[in-house]
Design a protein around this ligand. Structure first.
Ligand code: G
Ligand code: G
Ligand code: MN
Ligand code: NA
Length: 250
Protein backbone atom coordinates (compact mmCIF):
# COMPACT_ATOMS: atom_id res chain seq x y z
CA UNK A 1 0.00 0.00 0.00
CA UNK A 2 0.92 3.66 -0.40
CA UNK A 3 1.71 4.38 3.26
CA UNK A 4 4.02 1.37 3.39
CA UNK A 5 5.83 2.47 0.21
CA UNK A 6 6.17 6.01 1.55
CA UNK A 7 7.60 4.79 4.88
CA UNK A 8 10.08 2.55 3.04
CA UNK A 9 11.32 5.38 0.84
CA UNK A 10 11.19 7.80 3.75
CA UNK A 11 13.66 5.65 5.69
CA UNK A 12 16.00 5.49 2.67
CA UNK A 13 15.82 9.25 2.20
CA UNK A 14 16.39 10.06 5.87
CA UNK A 15 12.95 11.60 6.38
CA UNK A 16 12.58 10.05 9.85
CA UNK A 17 14.27 12.16 12.50
CA UNK A 18 14.41 12.16 16.30
CA UNK A 19 12.76 14.95 18.25
CA UNK A 20 13.72 15.28 21.90
CA UNK A 21 11.59 15.78 25.00
CA UNK A 22 13.33 16.79 28.27
CA UNK A 23 13.53 14.41 31.26
CA UNK A 24 13.77 16.18 34.63
CA UNK A 25 15.37 14.84 37.80
CA UNK A 26 12.79 15.69 40.49
CA UNK A 27 15.33 15.58 43.32
CA UNK A 28 17.78 18.08 41.85
CA UNK A 29 15.19 19.76 39.55
CA UNK A 30 17.85 19.53 36.89
CA UNK A 31 17.77 18.25 33.34
CA UNK A 32 18.50 14.50 33.34
CA UNK A 33 18.43 13.94 29.59
CA UNK A 34 15.99 13.57 26.70
CA UNK A 35 13.62 10.98 25.26
CA UNK A 36 14.00 10.62 21.50
CA UNK A 37 10.63 10.56 19.74
CA UNK A 38 10.44 9.79 16.03
CA UNK A 39 8.96 12.33 13.63
CA UNK A 40 8.41 11.81 9.93
CA UNK A 41 9.40 14.82 7.88
CA UNK A 42 7.39 13.79 4.84
CA UNK A 43 7.52 15.90 1.65
CA UNK A 44 3.86 15.12 0.95
CA UNK A 45 2.34 14.63 4.42
CA UNK A 46 4.16 17.24 6.50
CA UNK A 47 5.51 16.52 9.99
CA UNK A 48 3.90 13.22 10.97
CA UNK A 49 3.55 11.93 14.57
CA UNK A 50 4.42 8.31 15.53
CA UNK A 51 0.80 7.21 16.00
CA UNK A 52 0.38 7.66 12.24
CA UNK A 53 3.31 5.47 11.17
CA UNK A 54 4.58 3.26 14.03
CA UNK A 55 1.64 0.78 13.96
CA UNK A 56 2.00 0.32 10.17
CA UNK A 57 5.78 -0.02 10.43
CA UNK A 58 5.34 -2.69 13.12
CA UNK A 59 3.12 -4.78 10.85
CA UNK A 60 5.50 -4.65 7.88
CA UNK A 61 8.74 -5.08 9.83
CA UNK A 62 10.00 -1.62 8.87
CA UNK A 63 9.96 -0.61 12.56
CA UNK A 64 13.38 -2.27 12.99
CA UNK A 65 15.31 -0.15 10.45
CA UNK A 66 13.25 2.93 11.38
CA UNK A 67 14.02 2.70 15.11
CA UNK A 68 17.71 1.91 14.51
CA UNK A 69 17.95 4.99 12.30
CA UNK A 70 16.33 7.09 15.04
CA UNK A 71 18.70 5.59 17.63
CA UNK A 72 21.79 6.26 15.52
CA UNK A 73 20.79 9.87 14.80
CA UNK A 74 19.83 10.49 18.44
CA UNK A 75 23.14 9.15 19.79
CA UNK A 76 25.13 11.07 17.18
CA UNK A 77 23.43 14.29 18.32
CA UNK A 78 23.78 13.44 22.00
CA UNK A 79 27.54 13.00 21.71
CA UNK A 80 27.76 16.78 21.68
CA UNK A 81 25.69 17.23 24.86
CA UNK A 82 26.99 17.59 28.44
CA UNK A 83 28.29 14.23 29.64
CA UNK A 84 25.77 13.68 32.44
CA UNK A 85 22.74 13.69 30.12
CA UNK A 86 21.11 10.41 29.14
CA UNK A 87 19.14 9.48 26.05
CA UNK A 88 16.01 7.32 26.11
CA UNK A 89 14.98 5.56 22.90
CA UNK A 90 11.67 3.76 22.29
CA UNK A 91 11.97 0.22 21.05
CA UNK A 92 9.12 -1.80 19.60
CA UNK A 93 8.15 -5.14 21.21
CA UNK A 94 8.91 -6.95 17.93
CA UNK A 95 12.53 -5.82 18.11
CA UNK A 96 13.03 -7.33 21.55
CA UNK A 97 12.17 -10.73 20.08
CA UNK A 98 14.87 -10.35 17.43
CA UNK A 99 17.99 -12.27 18.48
CA UNK A 100 20.30 -9.84 16.68
CA UNK A 101 18.81 -6.70 18.24
CA UNK A 102 21.35 -6.42 21.08
CA UNK A 103 24.18 -6.69 18.54
CA UNK A 104 22.63 -3.92 16.44
CA UNK A 105 22.56 -1.70 19.50
CA UNK A 106 26.22 -2.47 20.27
CA UNK A 107 27.19 -1.65 16.69
CA UNK A 108 25.47 1.74 16.96
CA UNK A 109 27.14 2.45 20.31
CA UNK A 110 30.52 1.65 18.79
CA UNK A 111 29.87 3.63 15.61
CA UNK A 112 28.67 6.74 17.45
CA UNK A 113 31.03 6.48 20.43
CA UNK A 114 28.10 7.12 22.76
CA UNK A 115 28.60 5.49 26.21
CA UNK A 116 26.26 2.54 26.86
CA UNK A 117 25.57 3.62 30.44
CA UNK A 118 23.91 6.82 29.17
CA UNK A 119 21.50 4.93 26.93
CA UNK A 120 18.10 3.87 28.20
CA UNK A 121 15.83 1.69 26.07
CA UNK A 122 12.08 1.90 26.63
CA UNK A 123 10.02 -1.21 26.19
CA UNK A 124 6.28 -1.56 26.61
CA UNK A 125 4.55 -4.33 28.49
CA UNK A 126 3.39 -5.83 25.21
CA UNK A 127 6.99 -6.95 24.66
CA UNK A 128 6.58 -9.47 27.45
CA UNK A 129 3.62 -11.29 26.01
CA UNK A 130 5.33 -13.46 23.41
CA UNK A 131 8.68 -15.24 23.31
CA UNK A 132 9.38 -14.26 26.88
CA UNK A 133 12.68 -16.16 27.06
CA UNK A 134 13.98 -14.41 23.97
CA UNK A 135 12.93 -10.99 25.28
CA UNK A 136 14.63 -11.74 28.61
CA UNK A 137 17.82 -12.85 26.87
CA UNK A 138 17.87 -9.59 24.89
CA UNK A 139 17.32 -7.53 28.04
CA UNK A 140 20.11 -9.40 29.83
CA UNK A 141 22.67 -8.92 27.09
CA UNK A 142 21.85 -5.22 26.83
CA UNK A 143 22.15 -4.81 30.58
CA UNK A 144 25.46 -6.66 30.58
CA UNK A 145 26.99 -3.94 28.39
CA UNK A 146 25.60 -1.18 30.62
CA UNK A 147 22.43 -0.15 28.77
CA UNK A 148 19.43 0.40 31.04
CA UNK A 149 15.89 -0.72 30.38
CA UNK A 150 12.73 1.10 31.33
CA UNK A 151 9.18 -0.16 31.23
CA UNK A 152 7.16 2.40 29.24
CA UNK A 153 3.44 3.30 29.48
CA UNK A 154 3.22 1.35 32.74
CA UNK A 155 -0.29 0.51 33.85
CA UNK A 156 -1.93 0.41 30.44
CA UNK A 157 -0.45 -2.83 29.14
CA UNK A 158 -0.88 -6.46 29.83
CA UNK A 159 1.99 -7.36 32.14
CA UNK A 160 0.87 -8.84 35.41
CA UNK A 161 2.55 -7.72 38.60
CA UNK A 162 4.03 -11.19 38.85
CA UNK A 163 5.98 -10.52 35.65
CA UNK A 164 7.48 -7.39 37.13
CA UNK A 165 8.77 -9.63 39.86
CA UNK A 166 11.14 -11.44 37.52
CA UNK A 167 11.75 -8.73 34.95
CA UNK A 168 15.09 -6.92 35.42
CA UNK A 169 13.94 -3.38 34.57
CA UNK A 170 15.85 -0.33 35.80
CA UNK A 171 12.95 2.12 35.73
CA UNK A 172 9.18 2.27 35.42
CA UNK A 173 7.49 5.03 33.43
CA UNK A 174 3.96 5.69 34.67
CA UNK A 175 1.66 6.20 31.70
CA UNK A 176 0.58 9.78 31.15
CA UNK A 177 -3.15 8.97 31.23
CA UNK A 178 -2.80 8.35 35.02
CA UNK A 179 -0.69 11.44 35.58
CA UNK A 180 -2.94 13.89 33.72
CA UNK A 181 -6.00 12.61 35.65
CA UNK A 182 -4.70 12.03 39.12
CA UNK A 183 -5.21 15.46 40.70
CA UNK A 184 -8.83 15.40 39.49
CA UNK A 185 -9.77 11.85 40.41
CA UNK A 186 -9.40 10.06 43.74
CA UNK A 187 -9.56 6.71 42.02
CA UNK A 188 -6.69 7.64 39.73
CA UNK A 189 -4.77 9.04 42.72
CA UNK A 190 -5.15 5.66 44.45
CA UNK A 191 -3.70 3.91 41.41
CA UNK A 192 -0.72 6.28 41.18
CA UNK A 193 -0.16 5.82 44.95
CA UNK A 194 -0.12 2.06 44.48
CA UNK A 195 2.35 2.26 41.59
CA UNK A 196 4.61 4.55 43.66
CA UNK A 197 4.49 2.04 46.52
CA UNK A 198 5.31 -0.77 44.12
CA UNK A 199 8.33 1.13 42.80
CA UNK A 200 9.60 1.67 46.34
CA UNK A 201 9.15 -1.91 47.41
CA UNK A 202 10.80 -3.26 44.27
CA UNK A 203 13.51 -0.62 44.52
CA UNK A 204 12.83 0.54 40.96
CA UNK A 205 12.84 4.32 40.33
CA UNK A 206 9.82 5.91 38.67
CA UNK A 207 9.36 8.41 35.88
CA UNK A 208 6.02 10.21 35.53
CA UNK A 209 5.03 11.00 31.96
CA UNK A 210 2.57 13.73 31.01
CA UNK A 211 3.40 16.17 33.84
CA UNK A 212 1.51 19.30 32.80
CA UNK A 213 1.33 21.43 35.97
CA UNK A 214 3.30 22.51 39.02
CA UNK A 215 0.58 21.04 41.26
CA UNK A 216 1.10 17.60 39.71
CA UNK A 217 4.88 17.99 40.04
CA UNK A 218 4.57 18.71 43.78
CA UNK A 219 2.36 15.67 44.38
CA UNK A 220 4.64 13.39 42.41
CA UNK A 221 7.69 14.57 44.33
CA UNK A 222 5.83 13.82 47.57
CA UNK A 223 5.15 10.31 46.29
CA UNK A 224 8.87 9.79 45.73
CA UNK A 225 8.82 9.87 41.95
CA UNK A 226 12.40 10.55 40.86
CA UNK A 227 11.91 11.80 37.32
CA UNK A 228 9.32 13.70 35.30
CA UNK A 229 8.53 14.41 31.69
CA UNK A 230 5.77 16.52 30.19
CA UNK A 231 4.59 19.83 28.86
CA UNK A 232 5.41 21.58 32.17
CA UNK A 233 9.05 21.15 31.14
CA UNK A 234 8.77 21.05 27.40
CA UNK A 235 7.47 19.34 24.30
CA UNK A 236 9.60 17.30 21.97
CA UNK A 237 11.75 19.62 19.86
CA UNK A 238 14.26 19.25 17.03
CA UNK A 239 17.93 18.43 17.55
CA UNK A 240 18.91 21.98 16.55
CA UNK A 241 16.58 23.43 19.18
CA UNK A 242 18.10 21.17 21.85
CA UNK A 243 21.62 22.15 20.77
CA UNK A 244 20.95 25.88 21.03
CA UNK A 245 19.08 25.42 24.32
CA UNK A 246 22.05 23.53 25.81
CA UNK A 247 24.48 26.13 24.49
CA UNK A 248 22.49 28.91 26.17
CA UNK A 249 22.64 27.18 29.56
CA UNK A 250 26.43 26.83 29.59
O1 G B 1 5.80 11.74 20.43
P1 G B 1 4.54 10.92 20.62
O2 G B 1 3.84 11.09 21.93
O3 G B 1 3.57 11.08 19.48
O4 G B 1 5.03 9.37 20.58
C1 G B 1 4.10 8.36 20.77
C2 G B 1 4.73 7.01 20.94
O5 G B 1 5.31 6.55 19.72
C3 G B 1 5.86 6.90 21.95
O6 G B 1 5.41 6.77 23.25
C4 G B 1 6.53 5.61 21.49
O7 G B 1 5.89 4.49 22.10
C5 G B 1 6.32 5.62 20.00
N1 G B 1 7.57 5.99 19.33
C6 G B 1 8.09 7.23 19.18
N2 G B 1 9.27 7.18 18.54
C7 G B 1 9.53 5.86 18.31
C8 G B 1 10.61 5.14 17.69
O8 G B 1 11.63 5.70 17.24
N3 G B 1 10.51 3.78 17.64
C9 G B 1 9.43 3.12 18.14
N4 G B 1 9.41 1.79 18.05
N5 G B 1 8.39 3.76 18.73
C10 G B 1 8.44 5.11 18.81
O1 G C 1 6.96 7.11 24.69
P1 G C 1 5.60 7.72 24.70
O2 G C 1 4.56 7.02 23.89
O3 G C 1 5.10 7.90 26.10
O4 G C 1 5.78 9.23 24.09
C1 G C 1 5.38 10.37 24.75
C2 G C 1 4.12 10.94 24.14
O5 G C 1 3.41 11.70 25.09
C3 G C 1 4.35 11.83 22.94
O6 G C 1 3.43 11.47 21.92
C4 G C 1 4.02 13.25 23.44
O7 G C 1 3.41 14.05 22.42
C5 G C 1 3.06 12.97 24.56
N1 G C 1 3.22 13.90 25.66
C6 G C 1 4.40 14.29 26.18
N2 G C 1 4.22 15.11 27.23
C7 G C 1 2.89 15.24 27.38
C8 G C 1 2.09 15.95 28.31
O8 G C 1 2.56 16.64 29.24
N3 G C 1 0.74 15.85 28.18
C9 G C 1 0.16 15.10 27.20
N4 G C 1 -1.17 15.08 27.14
N5 G C 1 0.88 14.41 26.29
C10 G C 1 2.24 14.48 26.38
MN1 MN D 1 8.38 6.32 25.63
NA1 NA E 1 4.88 6.29 27.09
Amino acid sequence: NQLDEDIRHGIERGEFVPYFQPLIDLNTRDLAGFEALARWNSPTRGLVEPDDFVPQAEVTGLIGPLTMSIMEQALTEARGWPAHLKVAVNVSPVQFRDLSFAQHVMRILTATGFPARRLELEITEAALLEDRDQVLATIRSLKSIGVSISLDDFGTGYASLAELDTLPVDRIKIDRTFITRFVKSERTAAIVDAIAMLGHKLNVPLTAEGVESEQIRVELSALGCSEAQGWLYGRAVSADTVASFLEMRT
